[in-house]
Design a protein around this ligand. Structure first.
Ligand code: DQA
Length: 143
């Protein structure tokens, strides 16, 4: 069974009540349940981690190297700022899928840069919460 890690960044713990007009009404725990259901027929074991702290994300990425077969990451605002997350992702040996619920390229200009994109096997954006299950399906295709 392949093991897939989800790393979810800052402010996404507030999903459901944070800017629902952009991010919808599903909570992070709804998304986790939806992904667990989608993972079952794919024979994936999944794990979800969320933090508002950049260093947590860096350490989880480092520790994932020998533990998982794929990473699905929505680093939220750190996507647009974090060289530290970029450097940590370089250390991984398995595919990385970058997910954004909104499409940052159609929003403020400070969201147009992604430090994750150069290391991602695929970027899925603008599909809302469906982006996470699309990422699982894509990993299933390539693994
Ligand atoms: C986001 C887009 C980011 O620009 C933003 O900072 C987020 C969420 C998304 O899922 O659309 O927090 O990653």
């Amino acid at each position: 069974m392949k093991k897939i890690l989800f790393i979810i960044g800052p402010n996404l713990n507030l999903l459901g009540i944070r800017e629902p007009e952009i991010y919808g009404h599903q909570t992070l725990s709804d998304i986790e349940k939806m992904c667990a259901e989608a993972a079952r027929p794919l024979n994936f074991q999944i794990e979800f981690k969320q933090s508002n702290y950049e260093g947590d994300l860096v350490t989880w990425i480092q520790d994932a190297r020998d533990e998982y077969d794929g990473l699905i990451i929505n680093a939220a605002a750190y996507t647009h700022t974090s060289v530290a997350i970029h450097d940590a992702l370089k250390f991984l040996k398995f595919p990385i899928i970058e997910v954004h619920q909104s499409d940052p390229s159609t929003r403020e200009s400070f969201r147009h840069i992604s430090y994750i994109e150069p290391l991602a096997a695929k970027v899925i954006k603008g599909l809302g919460t469906k982006g996470y299950t699309e990422a699982l399906a894509y990993l299933h295709e390539i693994l």
